[in-house]
Write a new protein. Structure first.
Ligand code: ADP
Ligand code: MG
Length: 186
């Protein structure tokens, strides 16, 4: 199982590395717009999002739209003290600093409990059509969203959708996956 997951990670990391920045931008915007017209998010006031690295689906259009709606946004943050990830309020583009793996996170921290999150927007290396997700292999989102009842939406390019993925007991299940080509509900 662990070996299969690792092989898939290498394959999908490699594929994503080869994407051109124009392609990433264009398709990310399509995905963001599709997400913003997704009925399940209407009226929701509490979102978790991520700040992308390594050609992950960009979330800028989404975050800017959510900021204009004045909804609450949280992002994963790493604490050196507790050596753990937690959720922190996203307070704007000028309150960010680099955390582990050069992922941006709030500089000034306001922690938020994961139970507050109504809609969770999640990145991944690939997803199965039934909503299983493969991450970088640290289980960060599995842990961060373990206790929530949030509606979980994976963002991916269509080539990141596979028929089957190994699933372990701790793996988060997506309620929907949005790509530039389709919406997959599980
Ligand atoms: P990813 O989700 O990033 O692809 P994995 O699902 O393979 O990574 O998980 C990586 C590690 O994190 C595993 O060793 C797993 O046991 C651990 N892990 C995942 N979720 C939890 C959890 N809720 N509690 C404790 N450990 C967890
Ligand atoms: Mg996992």
């Amino acid at each position: 199982m662990i070996k299969t997951k690792q092989k898939l990670r290498e394959r999908f990391l490699e594929k994503r590395k080869l994407l051109l920045s124009d392609w990433v931008k264009r398709n990310s915007e399509k995905i963001n717009r599709r997400l913003l017209s997704f009925p399940e998010i209407f009226g929701r006031r509490n979102f978790s999002v991520y700040l992308p690295i390594n050609n992950e689906v960009d979330t800028k259009t989404l975050i800017d739209a959510l900021l204009r709606k004045r909804v609450n946004i949280v992002v994963p943050s790493y604490s050196k003290e507790s050596r753990n990830y937690f959720w922190a309020k996203f307070l704007g583009w000028n309150n960010l600093e680099k955390g582990p793996f050069k992922i941006l996170q709030p500089a000034k921290i306001f922690p938020v409990d994961s139970l507050q999150i109504e809609v969770a927007i999640i990145p991944g290396l690939c997803f199965s059509k039934t909503g299983t997700r493969l991450g970088y292999g640290k289980g960060v989102f599995d842990r961060l969203l373990k206790k929530t009842n949030a509606f979980k939406i994976g963002l991916a390019y269509d080539f990141q959708i596979v028929d089957n993925l190994p699933k372990e007991i701790h793996d988060l299940a997506m309620d929907a996956i949005i790509t530039e080509k389709r919406v997959i509900r599980s």
